[in-house]
Design a protein around this ligand. Structure first.
Ligand SMILES: [Zn+2]
Length: 288
């Protein structure tokens, strides 16, 4: 079966570099991500699109432009319109053409792009009128009753509209009938409980959507976690397991937050250190 992969840029974001690299000192992380005068670094919010057998499957939706101007400023969101929609349009697609949206988790920088742009007069509305939304059941429970520590990362209006849409499908297992064979879910709790990473089978090895377990190439370093990760030690263990498995199977990782790399192979050297190779800045219809 032909399965083609595309990278779809959502709105870029600028966030505090210290927060993005946890307890790593700036002297270390600024080699990977240069900071501006406010100590902020460039981040992408990139979605992955799969085209197969006449249907389109979107993995995440980027941060979008549903935020008030004040919130946009606070979170360094670039542009006041939803770039994801423009990026789909470049491929001749609209949100109505998407059959399935797979959400790794419901933090606003991964799911906000499902909502309409901010307006003073009306609350944001859920788009993608023909899509079924896949979310892990454990993460859905977390999203409905978050801890005070990650409460600000969720969008209650989005959760409510997903629930009312009648098109929310909660995932319990490593596979789901809607996606069928060739897709497998990994669950990870280090960033947020029940985060769901999708693995796609490919003729040239597997591809995993790294979500916030490995948000970019800088985070392929096995001792690096984000300040946003709820359980950093667990996250590092989960990350090591995933990277070891990918390196062994000639696997690739798709990065949502890396500003310059969408996809790379995972390598392991003689000392056991993981790295990335064959870095692709964008992916346009690659057959996997
Ligand atoms: Zn994120």
């Amino acid at each position: 079966m032909s399965r083609r992969l595309y990278s779809i840029r959502g709105n870029d974001q600028r966030l505090d570099g210290g927060a993005m690299f946890g307890n790593a000192p700036k002297s270390l992380w600024e080699r990977w991500a240069p900071a501006d005068s406010d100590n902020r670094i460039d981040l992408a919010t990139r979605a992955m699109l799969v085209h197969e057998e006449g249907r389109f499957i979107l993995f995440e939706a980027g941060i979008g432009a549903w935020q008030s101007p004040r919130m946009r400023e606070r979170y360094g969101v670039q542009d006041s319109t939803n770039r994801l929609i423009h990026s789909l349009d470049l491929h001749g697609l609209t949100p109505s053409d998407i059959h399935v949206v797979v959400l790794s988790h419901l933090h606003f920088d991964h799911a906000g792009g499902l909502l309409s742009d901010w307006s003073e007069d009306a609350p944001p509305r859920l788009g993608f009128p023909n899509a079924t939304f896949l979310v892990s059941r454990r993460h859905w429970e977390r999203a409905l009753s978050p801890h005070v520590r990650d409460q600000a990362s969720f969008i209650p209006e989005l959760n409510q509209q997903l629930a009312e849409s009648g098109r929310l499908a909660l995932v319990d297992d490593a596979s789901h009938p809607l996606l069928g064979p060739g897709y497998r879910f990994h669950f990870s709790d280090g960033h947020t409980p029940g985060m769901m990473l999708t693995e796609l089978d490919g003729d040239h090895g597997p591809v995993v959507f790294g979500a916030d377990l490995v948000p970019g190439r800088a985070w392929v370093h096995t001792s690096i976690s984000m300040g946003y990760d709820r359980f950093p030690e667990l996250l590092l263990d989960e990350k090591r397991t995933l990277l070891a498995s990918l390196a062994k199977r000639h696997g690739r990782l798709f990065y949502t937050h890396d500003p310059s790399t969408a996809l790379s192979h995972i390598t392991r050297d003689a000392q056991g250190r993981f790295g990335s190779a064959n870095n692709k800045g964008s992916v346009r219809g690659v057959e996997i």
